[in-house]
Design a protein around this ligand. Structure first.
Ligand code: NAD
Ligand code: IPM
Ligand code: MN
Length: 363
């Protein structure tokens, strides 16, 4: 029996995860999978219940699980709390404690959504890129950090951007291996012209390259990469970058797929144990209104089945079901266009479950 820990979190997190769990239940039934689910608190809801964003009970359950499904954390209610007890600290804490350093963020444009993107359809049609983001290091975790008062009474905030060679090497290997399985192209994104950390980053990527002769490695500055992502995104196959650049570039890539509500992610440790979550946040502006697109979460369930639970057929079935739902013109508001049927979060979940069940009837 495999164990999946479900962490709904805050805001739309609870709404979208509920649909993800329904889809997981549907494939469990369809494929006879032996998977049990348990729930725990993280983020603002954990702060409200226990005073901390990552309770020990959650961390212990996460360590014992084979995979974790997370919604999103954060919201205005907790925005004024001290950094150490903010909801986001819970998410960063679980990533770091479980050493989930390899964050895969695939940006794939479903052909049915070519018109949903704010970019011209010829720019994005056929888009299939993978952003590999380092997730447990860099400026997010570097020490020292804080806000201090100077002698003149003025305060200054400071963070440290640091990567060790071994941290760069392990994320580099994840990216080279991913590129080997895909189109054979890897673009490493850095700020080598300004930041020493990324001088080392580039050096390590170059050092690894001869071990992967079937992968063509290139380098790009992050500012140019942001521009190229909206100018001509199909030039990319796999992109690898550090924690903060990867955060920013993946939101940008999300929009190429029509909506941030479409982008799933996997955060993996060295043994492919992982946490799966949509790339978007808790969307306080639409929370509790049945408006959120649950497809990024549902597609994250597919990634979980593929990478951590080794149930490739079930993963394929979910992706096919999503495609069928889009074929049928069913859309949440964020991906809606003229002539399509606008539905809410739950109805989108219903549609995916129904499409899955129909797949099983047809064999
Ligand atoms: P956000 O991703 O929550 O929302 C940005 C915009 O995208 C909003 O207009 C929102 O309505 C829309 N959106 C997001 N997901 C959507 C979906 N599934 N369907 C339809 N529309 C969707 O980012 P934000 O507003 O900058 O942050 C809100 C909160 O979420 C903050 O507290 C932030 O820290 C947190 N956050 C959490 C995560 C996470 O848990 N992984 C990620 C990003 C932001
Ligand atoms: C993400 C989010 C998180 C990050 C925040 C909420 C800590 O933006 O998962 O992309 O910056 O990593
Ligand atoms: Mn982000």
């Amino acid at each position: 029996m495999k164990k999946v820990l479900v962490l709904p979190g805050d805001g739309i997190g609870t709404e979208i995860v509920a649909q993800g769990v329904r889809v997981l239940d549907a494939v469990k039934q369809k494929f006879g999978l032996q998977i049990e689910t348990d729930h725990a608190l993280i983020g603002g809801s954990a702060i409200d219940a226990t005073g901390v964003p990552l309770p020990d009970e959650t961390l212990n359950k996460a360590r014992a699980a084979d995979a974790i499904l997370l919604g999103a954390v954060g919201g205005p209610k907790w925005d004024d709390l001290d950094m150490a007890v903010r909801p986001e600290k819970g998410l960063l804490g679980i990533r770091s404690q479980l050493e989930l350093f390899g964050n895969l963020r695939p940006a794939i444009l479903y052909p049915q959504l070519a018109d949903a993107s704010t970019l011209k359809s010829e720019v994005v049609s056929g888009l299939d890129i993978l952003i590999v983001r380092e997730l447990t290091g860099g400026i997010y975790f570097g020490q020292p950090r804080g806000i201090r008062t100077l002698e003149n009474g003025e305060r200054e905030g400071f963070n440290t951007y640091v990567y060790s060679e071994s941290e760069i090497e392990r994320i580099g290997r994840v990216a080279f291996e991913a590129a080997q399985k895909r189109g054979g192209k890897l673009c490493s994104v850095d700020k080598h012209n300004v930041l020493e950390v990324t001088v080392l980053w580039r050096e390590v990527m170059d050092r690894l390259a001869p071990e992967y002769p079937d992968v063509e490695l290139s380098h790009m500055y992050v500012d140019n990469a942001a521009m190229q992502l909206v100018r001509a995104p199909k030039q990319f196959d796999v992109m690898v970058t550090g924690n903060m650049f990867g955060d920013i570039l993946s939101d940008c890539a999300a929009m190429l797929t029509g909506s941030i509500g479409m982008l799933p992610s996997a955060s993996l440790d060295a043994n492919n144990k992982g946490m799966y979550e949509p790339v978007h946040g808790s969307a306080p502006d639409i929370a509790g209104q049945d408006l959120a697109n649950p497809l990024a979460t549902i597609l994250s369930v597919a990634m979980m089945l593929r990478y951590s639970l080794n149930e490739v057929a079930a993963a394929d079935a979910i992706e096919q079901a999503v495609s069928k739902v889009l074929d049928a013109g069913i859309r949440t508001g964020d991906i809606w266009s003229e002539g399509c049927e606008k539905v809410g979060t739950q109805a989108m979940g219903d549609a995916v479950v129904q499409a899955l069940n129909e797949l099983s009837l047809n064999g």
